[in-house]
Design a binder for this molecule. Structure first.
Ligand code: ARG
Length: 459
């Protein structure tokens, strides 16, 4: 049978395989609430402009609410031959309200319709990401506050570098997730322009009021160029890009948790709620949630690359290629929100092992830089020379199988005769972290300032 929407031009219906490749209703039904909101705003505007009668607009707007409740109740008869959510809603509306339903599509096209629906959906996901990130930052803040002065090793190359504080390490993630949050906030501001009324691509000859529909749907203004309006998917790409960076951050902390929860590190104990056991090895407690979080970037970045690739060669304006945007964004958004929630739970429930952190902080010659700094300060050695003297002391200790503070004063003096026993006061880990008071440094006094700043900012 010929198509109900464009049957005038067509003698035959589509091949079954054509229907399978062409229809998007299987996934874009997720846009139903946005589609109905857009249509209700459009109908009200058409009436306000005298393009529809008030009574037709009233009937349409109420009929759309009936459609909405059918979809919510799960009784809506989705039909694949109607391709997508837009035609499904419109067709059902007409079944319910009759003639008036056929007037809804005046002065618009599915091209601007899908653009507005999808923007509304992505905008909502930005809001969800922003609140998910806020909760995650709060979870890190609680950890930071609890262990603001707990010492742990700081790493470069995953080799012991200098002692830092647990609070400082937790606050590093607060900074990272704060940048993610501001990326979603920025993207939201930029995407908040309404493409509805661009119609197919050129605008319309009907005297529509695009400012009215933009306002009704919570947009700051209508988009300014109708061609751009229907061909632009930057809002989705920006969302995916911000999501990718955020997922990369989630993945980095997930990796730290995998390492830290191992028997060799024992820096943290993950709660039973976020781990799994083994079917054969009774001792096992595997950090599965962390591992999955580490993997999520693969999907999210994959979606980002997919959409860039879909868009890159498209001449203006709309091409059907663009229908492939939605599944990518849906999957990325679902996995980002799940990831943020899982990480928030895992961070809230994990317990840092203060004892293991302290033991590790003191090992690996972690205060060698403090020793070199002392040689500069007290013996006025040039830093390069101090570095060399300290290196020799580290080699001596390593050979003896002991740590730096275990060397005797005589052993130290054999490397540099100027060393006094005051040097032992700088070899302690606590002293080391307390001394790093430069702005942004690891000293607890600085870390507590940052905690206070972020607590105020998130309150
Ligand atoms: N289902 C389509 C999409 O997702 C809606 C727009 C269709 N427009 C068109 N000219 N065929 O992009």
């Amino acid at each position: 049978a010929a198509n109900q929407m464009w049957g005038g031009r067509f003698a035959e219906g589509p091949d079954a395989i054509m229907q399978a490749i062409n229809a998007s209703i299987g996934f874009d039904k997720r846009l139903y609430a946005q589609d109905i909101a857009g249509s209700r705003a459009h109908a009200a505007m058409l009436a306000a402009q005298g393009i529809l009668t008030d009574s037709d607009a009233q009937v349409i707007r109420e009929g759309l609410l009936t459609v909405l409740s059918e979809i919510k109740a799960g009784t809506f008869p989705f039909r694949v031959e109607l391709e997508d959510i837009h035609l499904n809603v419109e067709s059902r509306l007409t079944e319910i309200v009759g003639e008036a339903g056929k007037r809804l599509h005046t002065g618009r096209s599915r091209n601007d319709q899908v653009a507005v629906d999808f923007r509304l959906w992505v905008r909502e996901q930005c809001d969800a990401a922003i609140s998910g990130l806020t909760a995650l930052m709060q979870a890190f803040l609680v950890q930071a506050e609890q262990g603001a002065d707990w010492v742990m090793p700081g790493f470069t190359h995953l080799q012991t570098a200098q002692p830092v504080t647990w609070g400082h390490h937790m606050m590093a993630y607060v900074e990272m997730f704060a940048r993610d949050r501001s990326r979603f906030q920025d993207a939201r501001v930029r995407m908040n322009e309404c493409p509805l009324g661009a119609a197919a691509l050129a605008g319309t000859s009907f005297p529509i009021d695009r400012h009215m529909t933009a306002g009704a749907l919570g947009f700051d203004r209508p988009t300014a160029n109708s061609l751009d309006s229907v061909s632009d998917r930057d809002f989705a790409l920006e969302f995916l890009s911000a999501a990718s960076i955020c997922a990369m951050h989630l993945s980095r902390f997930a990796e730290e948790l995998v390492i830290w929860s191992s028997a060799q590190f024992r820096f943290v104990r993950l709660s039973d709620k976020w781990t799994t056991g083994s079917s054969i090895m009774p001792q096992k407690k595997n950090p599965d949630a962390a591992e999955l979080l580490r993997a999520k970037l693969g999907r999210i970045l994959g979606a980002t690359v997919a959409l860039f690739t879909i868009m890159k060669g498209l001449a203006l304006t709309y091409s059907k290629d663009m229908q492939e945007d939605k599944e990518q964004v849906f999957d990325a958004a679902d996995n980002l929100m799940l990831g943020l929630a899982a990480m928030t739970g895992m961070v809230s429930d994990m317990a840092a092992n203060r004892e293991s952190l302290a033991v590790a902080a003191a090992s690996g010659f972690s205060t060698a830089t403090d020793l070199a700094d002392w040689l500069v300060r007290r013996l006025n050695l040039p830093f390069r020379e101090a570095h060399h003297v300290t290196g020799a002391l580290v080699a001596m200790a390593e050979q003896a199988g002991i740590d730096l503070p275990d060397l005797t004063l005589d052993q130290m003096r054999s490397v540099h005769p100027g060393i006094t026993d005051e040097v032992f006061s700088v070899l302690g880990v606590e002293n080391s972290v307390n001394s790093r008071t430069s702005y942004g440094g690891t000293a607890p006094v600085r870390v507590r300032e940052q905690i206070a700043r972020w607590k105020a900012a998130l309150a």
